[in-house]
Design a protein around this ligand. Structure first.
Ligand SMILES: Nc1ncnc2c1ncn2[C@@H]1O[C@H](COP(=O)(O)OP(=O)(O)OP(=O)(O)O)[C@@H](O)[C@H]1O
Length: 295
């Protein structure tokens, strides 16, 4: 029975059962218990009950402190008595280590709402750095340097590649696009979580780089029909590019299995999708064995 009890929290009346073990004692390993316990069954005459009625003649023992009733109004006195009885003070240090910054990769087929989700997430949550991509393409009207992209020349971009400054990069329709590492490092050092928004190809490259050390979220519409309607309503596509995007989206759905989470961004339910992404981040930060990405 004692063995079973050792795997459960001890009560005050159990304390007399645990003793500093003499050198000759052997550890008893108990399955389900993380560490072996050292147990010496005390002789009845050696049992010392830790309570306000303890009789302590031995100078090496902590002085007897009467423990007031637990419903006392003087909680400080109760705490002091408990500390004195246990022989150590209660630490106010956090019992769990501070969560590590995490890297969250958000991806999904074109038009599913990646930008829309990230925009809302940015409004809803602090402590996240949203990574800005570097590109060699010319700035379009209305685009803001450092917000939409970091605009660099092709030569500068090639320099960044040769200096290994990019996490990943791709040549898209003649223009380079890539993720600079430096900002990610800086923000992670400051304790920020990192959100990366990439297409499916980018996500599979990042999976190869990070493995399980980053969190991969796959965003989907509730149905293919909903996705196509969304792309039409966005009014950014020609008939040709629409067909390409739909064909690509169909192929991209096969990649869902390589992600950690899937989030449905249903029509008119953008807020729900954002909330789910937030819950994923919260759950990841509460993990006992946290992911630990190195950039
Ligand atoms: N839950 C939703 N309900 C209705 N409309 C939405 C929802 N989410 C996004 N949208 C709209 O769908 C369109 C596509 O969204 P968005 O541009 O964010 O997609 P994306 O995944 O970033 O696309 P791309 O990969 O092509 O850049 C936008 O017009 C956006 O406002």
């Amino acid at each position: 029975m004692l063995v079973r009890r050792l795997c459960t929290p001890l009560t005050r009346s159990d304390l007399h059962l645990l003793r500093p073990y003499p050198k000759s004692s052997k550890p008893i390993s108990i399955s389900n218990c993380r560490k072996p316990f050292y147990i010496k069954t005390p002789k009845p005459s050696a049992i010392r009950y830790i309570s306000s009625t303890s009789k302590m003649g031995d100078a090496r023992r902590p002085p007897a402190v009467p423990i007031p009733p637990v419903d006392t109004e003087n909680r400080s006195e109760l705490l002091r008595a408990l500390e004195a009885t246990l022989g150590s003070s209660f630490s106010s240090e956090p019992l769990s280590p501070p969560p590590k910054p995490i890297i969250i990769v958000i991806s999904g087929p074109s038009g599913v709402g990646k930008d829309a989700v990230i925009k809302k997430l940015r409004e809803a949550r602090e402590g996240i750095h949203f990574v800005v991509t570097a590109t060699s393409r010319a700035k379009r009207e209305g685009e803001v340097e450092g917000k939409d992209y970091y605009f660099v020349s092709k030569e500068e971009f090639l320099g960044m590649i040769s200096r290994n400054e990019l996490l990943e990069y791709a040549l898209v329709y003649g223009d380079y696009k890539g993720i600079p590492k430096q900002r990610i490092r800086e923000y992670m050092t400051m304790g920020y979580d990192i959100v990366l928004r990439v297409d499916i190809q980018g996500a599979s490259t990042l999976r190869k780089i990070f493995g399980d050390s980053a969190v991969f979220i796959f965003l989907v519409a509730e149905s293919e029909l909903a996705l196509v309607k969304r792309l039409i309503d966005r009014k950014t596509e020609t008939k040709e590019t629409l067909l390409v995007r739909i064909a690509t989206a169909r192929e991209e759905m096969n990649h869902m299995k390589n992600f950690d989470y899937v989030v449905v961004n249903a029509e008119g339910k953008l807020e729900d999708a954002v909330k789910l992404v937030e819950s994923i981040i919260d759950a990841e930060k509460a993990k006992v064995r946290q992911r630990s990405a190195v950039v």
